[in-house]
Each structure stands twice: as structure tokens, then as C-alpha cells.
Ligand binder design. Structure first.
Ligand code: GDP
Ligand code: MG
Length: 316
């Protein structure tokens, strides 16, 4: 769809400004490809929240590439770096989705779970899928109402119970409904209290058991939502979740609101889990499938034939 790329570009403006500027500065100052240049690139990566370990790995790979490709001019280092970043991100590529699909959306409060469900519901619906959402965050009435507003916006059905009811009961009903109505996609919202790890684990385990029992033929995806504005903290959060539940992919939200988008690079690296979607705004169509090559190119502001690029990206 036209404008897809422009939208991503705009959503990543803050990250691009800081990241691109820092990297460009290094290339402007560097005369030779030497240790100083590598050190400064590494520092630029770390200040953009790429994470020390990942930054180190990127620089090592870059050195290797420069060696094997016999690159000798500073001006040829940037495209090589873009390639290395894309390769690093591509080590974790999400598998294609299968249907019928049950997506369990987890994450701490405020990261953007409910909003992402609204966006994804709309997106799947636009693709011609029959979509159902389940209000599994039953702790606050406002949370249920919020999901209902998104369901209405997206034009999809919602399964909801009273505030304070057992989330597992909502999930159970939604699975029965998804089967009966032959929905292609069921998106399940959950509560995000992590302060009591044991409770959260128990609840997520229970929900997972119910899904496996009531809808064994569905493909299940547990997606963890992380807020990009929290930078490296997002990684710690993810590790907490990973220690208690299986995670198939990440939804990284609020990339539009941060200059720390470099965190994308370390998330997939550190967790060994692919970033499946990114959130680039609060609107209903502000979710995109994550594309490593595209992201790397944008991040480094490499010269691009935009017209041509529009055709290469996956259709929305
Ligand atoms: P939840 O507690 O995890 O369900 O989080 P919500 O979905 O309620 O979102 C919390 C806040 O983050 C809301 O104000 C959303 O509008 C905002 N938000 C979610 N995703 C994005 C995003 O991609 N970009 C921006 N700028 N804001 C977002
Ligand atoms: Mg919510």
C-alpha cells in the first residue's frame, strides 16, 4: 500500500535523527578504516540503546565483512554496516502465521497490549479475516471498555465478562465462540501485573492450558508486548516473562515516541525471539510487520530508491 514506507519513516523519525546523526558523525570524522573508527561506531551504537553485547557483535561482524570484501574506503563502510545490521536482525525471523490463529497478548501494564490488539484486529479484518477479541484483562472495568472501543473501531466482535470475573472463564468462552463462529483469528488481551510473578505465571499457565485443551487445532502465538521508550529495561522485562512463559514473538510499541529505537537490535539478539510487529503511533493502522532489511536501511538513512522500495515491501 502506498505510504507504508513513508509512514514507517515518520514513525522512526526520533530514532533515525539521533541514530543516523551519530553514525554519520563518525563517518564524517573518520579518515581511515581503523580501530578508532570502529570504537566510535560501537559507542554510537551503544548510545542509541543497541546494547553493549549486540553492539560488540555488530562491530565484529562489520570488521569481518570489511576484511572479506576488501573494503578500503570509509564511504563504503556505511552500506556494509546497514547489511550487518539487517543480517543481525534477520537471525530471528518470525515464521509465517497459520490459521485459525489464537494470539495471546501478554506484557506489563501500559506497554500497549490493548492498543496493539485493536490495531491487529483491524489489520486482520482488512485482510479479509474473521476476527474475534477476548477481554482477558478483567481486573478493571476500564480495561474491558477500552478493548470494546477498539473492537468497535475495528468492526470485530468481542467476548467480555464482568469486571473482576475469572480471566480464564472469558478465555474459555472466547475459544468456544471462535470455534463456533469459525473465526480465523482470536486475539486475547491479558492483565499485566508483574509485581506478583507467581500469580501471573499461574494465570498465564491456566490460560495456556485452556487454549490447548479447548482449541488444540488452532495455531497459538504468545506475543510479548514491549514499550520501546523504556529502552534496555524492556529487555529485562522480557527476560522476566521468558522465565515463566513461552514467547513466540515480540510486539515492540511506541517506536514513534523514542530515540532509543536501537533497542530493536538487541531485543531479538538477547532474547532469541523475533520482533513480529512494531507500533509506530496511536492510530488504528499504526502497526507494521517488522522487516529487518527495511529497518536497517531506514536507520542508517542509506540512499534509497523509494519508488522501487515501495514495491518490495510486503503489502499491508
Ligand atoms: P496496556 O496496558 O498494555 O493494555 O496498554 P494500552 O494499550 O492501554 O496503551 C497504553 C498507552 O500507550 C496508550 O495511551 C496508548 O495509546 C499508547 N500506545 C500504545 N501503542 C503505541 C504506539 O505504538 N505509539 C504511541 N505513541 N503510543 C502507543
Ligand atoms: Mg490493556
Amino acid at each position: 500500500m502506498a505510504g507504508f514506507f513513508e509512514k514507517l519513516k515518520k514513525g522512526l523519525e526520533k530514532t533515525r535523527n539521533s541514530f543516523t546523526d551519530r553514525i554519520n558523525e563518525v563517518f564524517q570524522v573518520a579518515v581511515y578504516i581503523d580501530d578508532d573508527m570502529y570504537d566510535e561506531l560501537e559507542e554510537a551504537l551503544i548510545t542509541s540503546d543497541v546494547g553493549a553485547r549486540t553492539a560488540d557483535e555488530i562491530i565484529e561482524r562489520l570488521r569481518e565483512k570489511i576484511r572479506t570484501q576488501k573494503i578500503s574506503r570509509v564511504k563504503d563502510v556505511k552500506p556494509a554496516l546497514a547489511e550487518v545490521i539487517a543480517e543481525t536482525l534477520n537471525q530471528q525471523e518470525p515464521a509465517p502465521l497459520d490459521f485459525p490463529l489464537v494470539m495471546l497478548i501478554i506484557g506489563v501494564n501500559g506497554v500497549g497490549k490493548t492498543t496493539s490488539i485493536g490495531k491487529l484486529a483491524y489489520r486482520f479484518k482488512e485482510e479479509g479475516k474473521k476476527v474475534l477479541v477476548a477481554a482477558g484483562d478483567t481486573f478493571r472495568a476500564a480495561a474491558i471498555d477500552q478493548l470494546e472501543i477498539w473492537a468497535n473501531r475495528a468492526g470485530v466482535d468481542i467476548i467480555r465478562h464482568q469486571e473482576g470475573s475469572d480471566p480464564a472463564a472469558t478465555v474459555y468462552d472466547s475459544l468456544i465462540a471462535a470455534r463456533a463462529r469459525q473465526a480465523d483469528v482470536l486475539l486475547i488481551d491479558t492483565a499485566g501485573r508483574l509485581h506478583n510473578k507467581k500469580n501471573l505465571m499461574k494465570e498465564l499457565e491456566k490460560i495456556n492450558r485452556i487454549i490447548d485443551r479447548e482449541y488444540p487445532s488452532a495455531h497459538k502465538q504468545s506475543l510479548l508486548v514491549l514499550d520501546a521508550t523504556t529502552g534496555q529495561n524492556a529487555i529485562n522485562q522480557a527476560q522476566e516473562f521468558q522465565s515463566v512463559v513461552n514467547i513466540d514473538g515480540i510486539i515492540l510499541t511506541k517506536l514513534d515516541g523514542t530515540a532509543k529505537g536501537g533497542v530493536v537490535l538487541s531485543i531479538s539478539q538477547t532474547l532469541g525471539v523475533p520482533v513480529r510487529y512494531i507500533g509506530v503511533g496511536e492510530g488504528i493502522d499504526d502497526v507494521q510487520e517488522f522487516d529487518a532489511a527495511q529497518f536497517a536501511t531506514l536507520l542508517l538513512d542509506s540512499d534509497l530508491d523509494l519508488e522501487q522500495f515501495e514495491h518490495e515491501v510486503k503489502p499491508e
